[in-house]
Design a binder for this molecule. Sequence first.
Ligand code: GDP
Ligand code: IMO
Ligand code: MG
Length: 426
Amino acid sequence: MATVAIEGMQWGDEGKGKVTDYFASRAEIVVRSQGGNNAGHSIEHAGKRYALRLLPSGILNPNVTNVLADGMVINPIALLDEIKGMKAQGIPCENFIISKRASVLLPYHVELDHVREAALGKAKIGTTGRGIGPCYEDKAQRTGLRMGDLLEPEYLRERLESALAIKNIELAAFGGKTFTVEEIMDSLKEAMDFLKPYIVDTSVFLRKALKENKKVLFEGAQGALLCTTHGTYPYVTSSSPLATAIPNNTGLPLNAVEDVVGIMKAYSTRVGEGPFPTELDGEIAKNIRDKGHEYGTVTKRPRRVGWLDIPQLNYVAGISGIKHVCLMLLDVLDVVDDIYICTKYLIDGKEIDYIPSTVSELAKVTPEYISLPSWKEDISHMTSYDALPEKCKAYIAKIEELTGLEICMVSVGPDKDATIIRKEMF
Ligand code: GDP
Ligand code: IMO
Ligand code: MG
């Protein structure tokens, strides 16, 4: 395949960063097309650990051009901080370009995110507090600024004046901090000066690359169930993490993505509020959380943990056309005696053959489970499928049987070497 998209099939944090970094050695271009620094992609590379938020996970590979494409929301100050941090870790960070069409995420978006979540009280979404929702709202409202505006300071000032005229009223109404144009311009100065040479029309670059049959990897952020339209609304993010959104978010035609590789954990996690049918609590959840280091990369919040959910995965495979998947964090499940898999959803004792589209209906769902024994031994050093314990292979086979998906990669540890390839996908 010349072009492949990496899509998170659950609620984010499936290990997309590791897979993207793994494939980056074969890619010429890696593209992020939605979301912002709500994403947190941790990568273990050559014995070091990196946490990426805005930069695509191909940044560690100097031969890859990394693209921050049109549909992203970019906080220029956060991006500069991330680049400085990467440089301090010895990564040159010069191999990237930023779309002129990407939205600029500014300090008032962050402030609005906080005051609104506080005002929602118990009904809060549990956002990452990075201003993502307010920035996408401004884009739709047409009061947003775009990265290309940073190249024209006078126009930028005009746009800021009209945006702040509205934003400050809202901020004041919530009792939040208000902003002046000067304050924002000053806070942006260093990042603007640094980023200017990287801001281009990335869609022209990408269309040319496709014509030249370049190998392009599209790295998703978040997960399918966080999609604004198809996820567990309103407990979602404000963009679509689905691969089907990539053409629109990059300025490419529909056939730009040749295959979609789904990334799924061997269990489920979710951060923030919202329904989670297979959620666990107590000792089992704690053991999985500790072994899998299930604490947010961005906010350090403990992640909610649950069993694998087949109806949910089948729903995502259906809307995204996924046939090939990477099964991540399989090594974690040696901490339990029995592994449960939700195979069906029941409402009032009756099986339903669809995923409820409202959270109130989803809350009524009772998951039905089957269980398999865990292998109870360390598999993190195993580098071939044949070497895996029989009970581990049985779990993999059961997932394939219940989903009809082909598990092409099995990940047994955070490190690049802790990867078992069963079929090449890229
Ligand atoms: P992303 O947001 O989808 O890129 O995923 P995150 O980076 O937020 O979370 C995945 C976490 O799992 C990271 O800390 C990875 O280093 C780690 N990880 C990835 N694959 C494996 C694996 O197979 N086993 C273990 N134990 N950890 C893994
Ligand atoms: P990666 O790319 C997990 C969740 C937040 C919250 C909801 C809305 O690392 O998989 P937002 O700040 O986007 O308005 O928050 O979405 N969320 C994520 N959860 N992984 C992510 O990204 C997430 N990005 C947003 O926790 O529930
Ligand atoms: Mg993450």
